[in-house]
Design a protein around this ligand. Structure first.
Ligand SMILES: C[S@@+](CC[C@H](N)C(=O)[O-])C[C@H]1O[C@@H](n2cnc3c(N)ncnc32)[C@H](O)[C@@H]1O
Length: 846
């Protein structure tokens, strides 16, 4: 690189400035004729170490100015980016792609980023890369990798690292120190592997390393209470100052064994040794007492914590509450009310388990969970009057609906998103959010007959066509219909209609507009399955269209599968795994991916009047999860494929924030959703405001992948047909018998000509595998099930899976309708039913 004296001059000035000044210097310099170069930007990035968004802006500016990044600037950026491992990894890849020499500093920075972000696998990957490229591994490399493994609970890897460290020290390849031994110790400590922790501790003097306070603290926390107590004594003997962590470690060991008197004695001992007890110390002592039902002691510890001005949290308060509840009918009500008041005044949001146990102790007559939430949540913005109003109204059985309770922080954030006059616009958003949610359903073309709308009207439904989706209808009901029980109405149970919020139909509609029906599509976060059913229905129009619907939570995955079957679909598989793992498992595989990410649900104000109450606060961990899911979705996408990212939240961070980071990956082209759908109600950023379609707020963005992810190859597709391990193909005669019985009993056979039935020899279950499905092989171990469970054989009696009958009920009539339509077309007669359907839709629109 050529030395530029002007650039060096700016860089020197920046090195002496704080981060804000350094950005100002750069801005000023950019106005001047002599532009700042790579040195100035690198210096500024170093100064902005904790200012993540500023660093990203500086990197973007460097790209815009086509400044060529060198190894120094990349290393500095990775160090400064802290826990943002995604951007750091992209930078490291850039270094590799640009054939720059990797060095220990860059690799260490990358491992540190992975450690801070809890990405232990990635940290190990970098270590492997270092070994492969023969880059010097030092004590920092080992300590950061071990620390990442400790956070991930990977103590076995800790053992391997320890062995490698010792070997490296013996061969003088690397000089290890107490810090890296402590990092390995913490791997064992976190997993409570006391024997290994002791071995590691004893290894230190052999390596001429002096165990320090951290070593003792880790070991005490891994061991049982008598050993921990001994070690605490030993620390005084060797004149090692004991701190609050040392005492907490021993107290926790006592609490684990129910040794509450010892825990309390340690707390007193701690105060005598002029070590100030922390909230963790108090909570540990409280937990020791609460578990043993010592409510007076727990209560007094809580009172002490409050008088000592410790910021008591949900742990302290719920421990006290549970100790009080353990008292049974004689629970001191006054103390309980005091604990609840403390919770409310400290703006503590309860987890559902704590809430349900506390509810029973509330002095309200049969309070409902939502009332208690309202009570606690309303206090957050000091809206006490509103909270009391809500509680009173619900107790008197009155319905109270006067708009959502929005936090000031959320309203402030909303104003920043306004494109027109903020005040009027804000009123429109809030007014529209105050309306109750409307009832919308999709008519299932595969099942619903053309006169379905007439039938629904006869049942008291008032049905009108909804915008943008051909099969979507708004429904209102006469007074006798209880809308809360729509989920058990016949049209819903038979899958003729599917209730779904109108805005939630957007993501699948976008994919439908850009993909052919024969595609392989992944719905990464799929349960309960409204978008999955919509997508699978679209894919069923093709011959090979397949949906892989994934859900992390197995319970929700069960619901997802049930919903897909209820609608009568067979072109799907359900997997249960962390969506973030897909990216590594199946790179460059899918034609389309939907990432309907878990979010803060700010768009749900119509359903949940408390949705906006705690909104407006940034949730970094949620954003990180969304980014990781989006990234995983991006990796599994084929070049030329489309990814749709959606949330039902409104803030900038979880929407634009994630999309901007995705675009920065390169090879990514944003597709304008509003143009694809021809819907001006979706704004250019992809947001649908509640007032636009009279629906819940929503965000949807679409991206096209223009280049594959580097360094990975597409895995093989599954050969047909599938085989379960240990499963045998059913003899054709037997399969035919099963088919006949299914037609007799359920009135329908979900299979087609070349589909195959397999029997799992161990469980006796018989599965039907659709022949045309394009399920990638690597997915097989993660599938909830691969085919349709048709029957179960036990003691040579074969029982049909009757619930399938519900899923396919009506399908037979639908098939017949379609068959009749086909014949009519063949004989060149006008297809009256289709015409009837079209005319009916025309009337609805009018
Ligand atoms: C917004 S909901 C999806 C709604 C669904 N797409 C629909 O339309 O019915 C988000 C879902 O993601 C699931 N989830 C959360 N973390 C996940 C992860 N790491 N991998 C896969 N799914 C996850 C949640 O359990 C939840 O069911």
């Amino acid at each position: 690189m050529r030395f530029d004296p002007v650039d060096a001059h700016y860089a020197k000035a920046i090195q002496r400035a704080n981060w804000e000044q350094s950005v100002a210097i750069l801005e000023e310099a950019s106005q001047a004729e002599l532009q700042p170069g790579i040195m100035s930007y690198t210096a500024a990035i170093k100064r902005c170490a904790s200012e993540h968004s500023t660093i990203l802006a500086l990197l973007a500016e460097m790209d815009k100015k086509t400044l060529e990044l060198d190894a120094v600037s990349i290393s500095s950026s990775i160090w400064a980016l802290g826990s943002d491992w995604v951007t750091s990894l992209a930078m490291l890849e850039r270094m590799i792609d640009g054939n720059m020499q990797l060095n220990t500093i860059t690799c260490n920075a990358m491992i540190r980023a992975c450690d801070q972000a809890g990405q232990w696998q990635r940290a190990l990957d970098v270590l492997k890369l270092q070994r492969a490229e023969q880059i010097q591994i030092d004590a920092f490399t080992y300590s950061s990798t071990a620390s990442a493994c400790a956070k991930g609970g990977q103590w076995t890897l800790g053992t391997l690292l320890l062995e490698e460290m010792i070997k490296a020290a013996e061969s003088r390849e690397c000089e290890i120190n107490t810090i890296c031994m402590n990092a390995v110790l913490s791997c064992f400590e976190k997993a409570q592997q006391w024997s290994r922790a002791i071995l590691c501790f004893e290894e230190m003097p052999l390596r001429r390393l002096q165990p320090d306070r951290t070593s003792y603290n880790c070991l005490m926390s891994a061991c049982n209470w008598p050993t921990s107590l001994q070690l605490l004594e030993e620390m005084t003997q060797i004149h090692l100052r004991r701190d609050v962590v040392s005492f907490n470690a021993v107290m926790q060991a006592c609490a684990r064994r129910g040794e509450w008197p010892r825990a309390l004695a340690l707390l007193r001992n701690m105060q005598a040794s002029t070590v100030r007890a922390s909230l963790v110390s108090m909570n540990t002592a409280m937990s020791a007492c609460a578990v043993e039902g010592k409510w007076q002691e727990t209560l007094s510890l809580l009172a002490t914590s409050i008088s000592e001005r410790l910021a008591v949290d949900i742990i302290s308060l719920s421990l006290t509450a549970s100790a009080l509840l353990g008292e049974g009918p004689g629970t001191p009500k006054a103390s309980m009310s005091w604990v609840i008041e403390e919770m409310v005044s400290r703006r503590i949001r309860l987890t559902s388990s704590v809430r349900s146990s506390l509810l029973s102790a509330l002095p309200l007559r049969r309070p409902r969970a939502v009332v208690f939430d309202a009570f606690v949540a309303s206090s957050v913005d000091g809206a006490w009057r509103r909270a009391v109003e809500l509680v009173d109204a619900t107790r008197k059985g009155r319905r109270l609906r006067r708009g959502p309770l929005a936090s000031a922080a959320f309203l402030r954030h909303l104003v920043t998103l306004a494109s027109t006059s903020a005040c009027l616009w804000l009123r429109r958003v809030m007014r529209s959010s105050a309306r109750g949610s409307s009832c919308v359903f999709r008519a299932n073309r595969a099942k619903a007959k053309p006169d379905v709308l007439r039938q629904l009207r006869a049942q008291g439904w008032h049905v009108v066509a909804a915008p943008f989706h051909a099969d979507a209808f708004h429904a209102t009901f006469d007074h006798s219909t209880d809308t809360a029980t729509l989920g058990v109405t016949l049209p819903h149970l038979t899958g003729e209609v599917y209730f779904q919020e109108l805005s939630s139909m957007l993501p699948a509609a976008v994919l439908q507009a850009v993909l052919p029906a024969d595609s392989l599509v992944l719905d990464l976060c799929a349960a309960p399955g409204s978008k999955s059913t919509q997508l699978a229905q679209f894919l069923a129009r093709g011959t090979h269209g397949t949906l892989v619907a994934n859900e992390l939570d197995p319970f929700r995955a069960g619901k997802l599968r049930a919903n897909l079957l209820r609608v009568g679909l067979t072109n799907f598989v359900v997997t249960t795994m962390d969506g973030r793992a897909y990216g590594d498992l199946l790179p460059n595989t899918f034609d389309g991916v939907l990432v309907d990410a878990p979010c803060s649900c700010e768009g749900n104000a119509r359903k949940d009047i408390f949705a906006l109450l705690l909104a407006g606060e940034r949730d970094w961990s949620l954003e990180e999860k969304q980014m990781e899911l989006a990234l995983s979705g991006w990796n599994v996408l084929k070049s030329g494929g489309y990814l749709v990212y959606s949330t039902c939240t409104l803030n900038r961070w979880e929407n634009e924030g994630v999309c901007e980071r995705l675009v920065r990956l390169g090879g990514c082209e944003r597709v304008p959703v509003e143009k694809v759908l021809g819907m001006p109600s979706v704004d250019a950023s992809g947001r649908l405001w509640p007032q636009e379609l009279d629906a819940e707020g929503f965000f949807v963005a679409c991206f096209r992948k223009t280049a594959p992810v580097h360094g990975v190859t597409a895995p093989r597709r599954a050969p047909e047909p599938f085989r379960l391990r240990g499963a045998v193909l059913l003899a054709p005669e037997e399969a035919q018998r099963l088919e006949q019985r299914a037609v007799e009993v359920m009135g329908f056979w979900p299979g087609e000509k070349d589909d195959l039935c397999h029997e799992d020899a161990r469980s006796g279950r018989i599965w039907l595998f659709k022949k045309g499905l394009q399920v990638p092989l690597a997915l097989v171990p993660y599938c909830w099930d691969l085919g349709l469970l048709i029957a179960q054989r036990s003691n040579s009696v074969t029982c049909l899976q009757q619930s399938l009958g519900i899923g396919f009920r009506g399908q037979r009539e639908g098939e017949r309708e379609r068959e009749r339509g086909r014949k009519e077309r063949k004989t060149d007669r006008p297809n009256e039913r289709k015409k009837e359907w079209q005319e009916q839709r025309k009337t609805e629109r009018q």
